[in-house]
Design a protein around this ligand. Structure first.
Ligand SMILES: [Zn+2]
Length: 277
């Protein structure tokens, strides 16, 4: 799934690989998918985009915004994007294929569900996009200790769990259930731990873990559970993820556990992340 780390890495790679290229053809829904959500009619995308030139890409929370002259293309959630060079085989299944005049292409394949929106930005009223544009990204300086403490002390936040306060309701756009796991692991906080039980020290550790964990993930080209624009997995070794479940914690040796919680899996170490009630 796209989260802010992936959106940022994909944007950098797009700026190197496709920026300035001219679109020769767009194919949508080559493989039908129930949960591929397009803005408007995907059948019009070819007519809309053919002949236009690719501009700059940038992350907006966990979404990826690509300028295409006076239009934007926004990729969200479960869209798997790949750059394909001139002689590279096109994937057998895809929901989006943007081909360029030089023979290279960009493909988009939906895993569980995904959003693909080609729009005029002034007409784009997706609340998810607008909130992500407005709030500061946790990797910026604007997201400082004071801003973070305001999130934790907002009315009702004390009743929420660590997972709920960080990764739901777009309190922090782009911080999703994926990057969340290692952030909490390095902050020694159980995902179900209630905000009301956080000590000043816990809050401080959590803030610094958000900053340092995300910075490391970006530095190392993304998480090892995700692939980049070239299909290469990131070099950041996740400690609490599907890759480490059942294996001993690298700090205390307890096995990493997996559990379903709040509409997604949580991964944690019982030894390092004790559930204080
Ligand atoms: Zn541990």
């Amino acid at each position: 799934m796209l989260e802010l780390v992936e959106a940022r890495i994909l944007a950098e790679q797009m700026n190197l690989s496709i920026c300035g290229k001219r679109i020769s053809k767009v194919t949508t829904l080559h493989s039908p998918h129930k949960f591929a959500f397009f803005h408007g009619d995907p059948q019009t995308y070819d007519e809309l985009l053919r002949g236009r030139q690719i501009g700059k890409a940038a992350p907006v929370g966990g979404q990826l915004r690509l300028e295409i002259e006076d239009l934007i293309f926004v990729f969200g959630d479960g869209v798997d994007l790949r750059y394909l060079n001139q002689d590279e085989k096109r994937p057998s299944k895809h929901q989006l294929l943007i081909e360029f005049e030089d023979g290279s292409a960009l493909s988009g394949s939906i895993q569980m569900y995904g959003f693909l929106s080609c729009v005029n930005e002034s007409d784009f009223d997706s609340p998810y996009y607008l909130v992500a544009k407005k709030k500061p990204s946790p990797i910026t300086e604007e997201f400082d200790m004071k801003y973070f403490l305001d999130i934790l002390s907002a009315p009702g936040a004390e009743k929420l769990s660590a997972k709920a306060v960080l990764a739901t309701e777009q309190r922090i756009p782009g911080l999703g259930n994926g990057v969340l796991q290692d952030i909490l692991y390095y902050a020694n906080l159980h995902p179900k731990r209630k905000v009301a039980t956080f000590s000043e020290e816990d809050k401080d550790r959590l803030f610094h873990s958000i900053k340092s964990t995300l910075a490391q993930m970006i530095e190392l080209g993304g998480r090892d559970t995700e692939k980049d624009l070239y299909g290469v997995a990131g070099r950041y070794v996740t400690r609490a993820s599907k890759n480490s479940v059942g294996k001993p914690c690298s700090i205390c040796g307890h096995p990493i556990l997996k559990e379903a919680y709040l509409g997604g899996s949580i991964y944690y170490c019982e030894g390092c992340q004790v559930l204080v009630k």
